[in-house]
Design a protein around this ligand. Structure first.
Ligand code: FAD
Length: 451
């Protein structure tokens, strides 16, 4: 039953997080408006509000399952629109530092691979079809509005699609405006709340991406290929994903000031410098379509909204507004979708009490974000990375190395490890006693080999 069926909600941003949030709210609110600064394309096209949209976006099982829970049949819709079904265990070359290529194993798991604009377009179409959701284009939110005592968010001020300004009021405002969380931070400051604590892991990560037509001859025996960087010295990684239209989307990644070239010759030369030649071999005779695009991120940042002593009523942040992860780990869409699925569950359980919503939501979110954040923490293994190393950092790295080796040796551990990476299992499963004992033995073996 709808717990706030007489109430209205506003969502800022029609990215993955905002659209998923609107789907989560739909059974609980009479009317939901999604305010988006961009004019939205009809289909799968890049747009200025998502400047990172042309870069590789791996659509993890964690994203797929969460969106399917909110919008049943979403995966089928994606596939019908051209996304490529990919066998997670059998379909990929996955080259891991210190290990090499993982054996291909049958896990019975399929993920769907597509460009970010296609994923967003299919999600937008599904959300726009919900009877009580309206997407308002060309509406840039300038500020959140609050009650005179600052205890509640009451709406937003935005530019009008046709020009000029407007105010909109609602019982709940979701800030899904993306990286930096500036709208919510400004609102917290204006209402006299404490500055937000933030954990940062600073490492410049530079992407260059191009779409390639697959060469007719000699199709490789894989669907995707991923060569992961290896700290402390190997800073390059690369990825090829199959996307709609029978094409490849190829992304090269450099770190700490190294920016992969945005021309064909330089792109291939960079790929040839990787420890595994799989990407270079695939691309050397392939023809790029369109231009090479670049995007740079300064690392990962977790804004600790959950530590606010008295968050305002009628407001929640979601998606990149809360946390931007190192995109190399492919987690952002999954976490935004899982946060939205969690929002639905918290609303289901809240019995209509919007006042208690922020605290309940933040509490429920903590393990979801912490699980994904543990990948970004691994970046601290590069000596150049800025950020506080946890006291047990060395132990964590040794545990991670032992886990990888065990996954290489044992098919069942391999499957679980892939599921953790895909954000459908929590990393804490490996803290269970039976794994601890086995991992302890591998750690001892690795220590003996180092001695
Ligand atoms: C280079 C790169 C590669 C990535 N690769 C992956 C990957 O492989 N897999 C993965 O899952 N994730 C990946 N991500 C992360 C992913 O893009 C995001 O985490 C995910 O889309 C969730 O974002 P969001 O909806 O919170 O924000 P966004 O996707 O940034 O959407 C924010 C929306 O809000 C709108 N907006 C902003 N300000 C306003 C305003 N004032 N008023 C109205 N509208 C506004 C924007 O126009 C946009 O539509 C990658 C990110 C980057 C940068």
């Amino acid at each position: 039953m709808a717990v706030a069926a007489d109430k209205t909600a506003l969502v800022i941003g029609a990215g993955i997080g905002g659209l998923a949030a609107a789907a989560a709210l739909a059974p609980h609110f009479a009317a939901i408006e999604v305010l988006e600064r961009d004019r939205l394309p009809e289909g799968a096209a890049s747009r200025s509000g998502v400047p990172h949209g042309s870069q590789a976006h791996a659509f993890f099982l964690g994203a797929q399952y969460a969106l399917c829970s909110l919008l049943p049949g979403f995966a089928e819709d994606l596939a019908a629109s051209g996304a490529v079904p990919v066998d997670l265990g059998l379909g990929g070359v996955f080259d891991f530092p210190g290990i090499g290529e993982f054996p291909r194993r049958d896990f019975g798991l399929t993920f769907y691979s597509a460009s970010r604009p296609l994923i967003e377009a299919v999600l937008r179409r599904r959300v726009a079809a919900l009877a009580n959701v309206r997407i308002v284009e060309g509406a840039r939110v300038e500020a959140l509005m609050t009650s005179p005592d600052g205890a509640a968010v009451t709406g937003v001020r935005h530019t009008r699609p046709g020009g000029g300004n407007a105010e909109r009021h609602a019982d709940l405002v979701i800030d899904a405006a993306g990286r930096n969380g500036t709208l919510s931070q400004a609102m917290l400051a204006e209402t006299g709340r404490e500055p937000l604590a933030e954990t940062r892991i600073g490492m410049e990560i530079a992407y260059t991406t191009a779409i390639f037509a697959k060469p007719d001859a000699a199709q490789p025996a894989w669907q995707y290929a991923y060569v992961l960087a290896g700290p402390p010295v190997e800073t390059r990684s690369a990825l090829i994903l199959p996307i709609e239209g029978g094409r490849w989307l190829a992304t090269l990644v450099g770190r700490f000031g190294e920016r992969p070239p945005a021309d064909l010759a330089g792109f291939l030369e960079f790929a040839r410098g990787l420890r595994n030649q799989v990407i270079y071999e695939a691309l050397k005779n392939a023809v790029p379509e369109g231009r090479f695009t670049r995007f740079i991120v300064p690392g990962s940042a977790w804004r600790h909204f959950e530590r606010l002593r008295a968050p305002p009523r009628g407001w929640l942040p979601l998606g990149d507004t809360i946390c931007d992860f190192n995109p190399v780990y492919g987690q952002g869409m999954a976490i935004a979708a899982q946060e939205a699925a969690m929002l639905r569950r918290v609303l289901d359980e809240s019995a209509g009490d919007l006042g208690a919503l922020p605290m309940a939501f933040f509490e429920a979110l903590a393990p979801i974000i912490a699980a994904a954040w543990s990948s970004s923490v691994r970046d601290l293994a590069f000596p150049e990375t800025a950020g506080e190393r946890p006291a047990d950092f060395g132990e964590r790295m040794r545990f991670g190395a032992a886990l990888t080796l065990l996954a290489l040796r044992d098919a069942e551990v391999h499957r679980l490890w892939m599921e953790v990476n895909q954000l459908v299992q929590p990393p804490t499963i490996f803290l269970a006693p039976e794994f601890r004992a086995r991992l302890g033995a591998v750690m001892a073996e690795m220590a003996a080999a180092r001695a």
